[in-house]
Design a binder for this molecule. Structure first.
Ligand SMILES: [Zn+2]
Length: 80
């Protein structure tokens, strides 16, 4: 007997429309969602001091005060 529709199909590979995607069994509650997100927090910005001028600078960036990177002059900085 020929049958089209739902149910397990035996003896042949399922067509692409028959393959169901993974779906969560239960809706995530507000409490569970909020508890999970307690671990998401903003990182404090790391600030180092420039080895050339001693001013605070962000690591792996050219110093905005003196324009040096690893003691090498990289950019021109206007002095006011
Ligand atoms: Zn500097």
């Amino acid at each position: 007997m020929h049958r089209d529709g739902d149910g397990p199909t035996l003896g042949r590979a399922p067509r692409i429309e028959e393959v169901e995607m993974a779906v969560p069994k239960k809706r995530t509650s507000k409490q569970r969602k909020r508890k999970r997100r307690t671990h998401y927090k903003a990182e404090p910005v790391t600030v180092n001091t420039c080895s050339k001028c001693g001013d605070p600078k962000v690591p792996h960036r050219v110093c905005p005060t003196c324009g040096h990177y690893r003691d090498e002059p990289v950019i021109e900085v206007e002095v006011d």
